[in-house]
Design a protein around this ligand. Structure first.
Ligand code: ATP
Ligand code: ATP
Ligand code: MG
Ligand code: MG
Ligand code: MG
Ligand code: MG
Ligand code: MG
Length: 277
């Protein structure tokens, strides 16, 4: 096989390694989900089950690639996965990494569909595209996730106001677009409150903040309601740090599902999301 006269075609496969020592972000996005969501009667503006299914598929990716995926952020029909700088998956070949994540995410989405939509038959096979971007510094990574969460906010505020106008205000979709054209956030907040009695800040955090998945290290004997993802032994030092004071404890890595602000400093300083080298 390797020595056949056909083997030269292999030389047409060009290498596509990611730069060494940079963060890698893979973002996947549903293809034609505007139509897909309509065909499957997703609630407007936000179908909670559809978002939970996205989160479930993303957790599957994080668990499968637990050594490489550091955190993930999702909104609407998209998810971003951050891979650590020294990730050696597929020897950093970009198409291999991207296609593996896209494929695993998609198959998990389909696999788990019945758990989230027990009454709705899947009418067509959903698909996702994917891209991989290299970022050199931790600042780029913070700004990347801030960019995605700011997008979540802008879209959700618009959509919440738009659908309030249509579903509660009885205007057509075209009229709702007209009303919202050129409005700033404060005007939409005011419209929601004064016309529809909606306090935007009280809308579900998952809708407003998207979903962040992040690994944490915890002592295994801590009581927790979520299942441990990964248990291993570790040495924990007492404050004095002497040899005798070191006790052996089971450490576990747990994948947490959060709906919190990741634009400000708090999330990054709490230790849950410190960027690894
Ligand atoms: P493309 O193939 O270019 O990505 P698209 O139709 O998927 O096109 P997007 O910009 O990705 O367009 O937007 C995704 C759309 O899917 C949203 O605008 C919304 O209509 C719909 N959607 C996704 N998730 C949900 C959800 N949880 N609830 C309701 N609608 C959703
Ligand atoms: P990698 O992740 O590196 O691709 P792999 O285990 O998928 O590793 P491949 O070189 O892709 O290895 O080979 C696929 C293997 O899957 C085959 O060697 C064979 O063992 C098994 N396989 C695939 N299709 C079939 C099939 N139709 N019947 C029996 N075995 C199969
Ligand atoms: Mg797209
Ligand atoms: Mg899409
Ligand atoms: Mg999208
Ligand atoms: Mg093969
Ligand atoms: Mg194979």
């Amino acid at each position: 096989m390797a020595g056949s006269r056909f083997a030269y075609v292999r030389d047409f496969e060009l290498p596509d390694p990611a730069l060494p020592d940079v963060y890698l972000v893979v973002r996947i996005d549903g293809k034609g989900f505007h139509k897909f969501s309509a065909a499957h009667n997703f609630a407007k503006p936000n179908d909670a089950a559809a978002l939970e299914l996205m989160n479930c598929a993303a957790r599957q990716v994080c668990s499968e690639l637990r050594g490489d995926v550091v955190m993930a952020f999702g909104e609407s029909d998209e998810y971003s996965f951050l891979l650590k700088k020294d990730c050696q998956l597929y020897r950093r070949r970009k198409t291999k990494i991207t296609t593996h994540i896209v494929s695993l995410f998609t198959s998990s989405y389909v696999f788990s569909w019945p758990s989230y939509f027990p009454q709705t038959r899947l009418l067509q096979p959903p698909s996702f595209d994917g891209r991989l971007v290299e970022y050199p510094t931790a600042k780029h990574i913070r700004d990347y996730f801030a960019w995605r969460q700011a997008d979540t906010h802008v879209n959700n505020l618009y959509n919440t106001t738009f659908w309030a106008c249509v579903l509660r205000g009885g205007v057509t979709e075209r009229e709702a677009h007209e009303r919202l054209r050129g409005t700033v956030s404060a005007q939409k907040n005011e419209m929601l409150f004064s016309e529809f009695g909606i306090n935007y800040e009280r809308e579900e955090a998952m809708f407003r903040k998207g979903t962040t998945l992040v690994w944490t290290q915890e002592e295994a004997n801590e009581t927790t309601t979520q299942p441990a993802e990964d248990v291993h032994d570790g040495l924990v030092s007492s404050p004095k740090g002497s040899q005798q004071n070191k006790r052996k404890v089971k450490m576990k890595r747990r994948l947490r599902t959060l709906h919190v602000d990741i634009i400000g400093d708090a999330f990054w300083l709490e230790g849950t999301a410190a960027l690894p080298a």
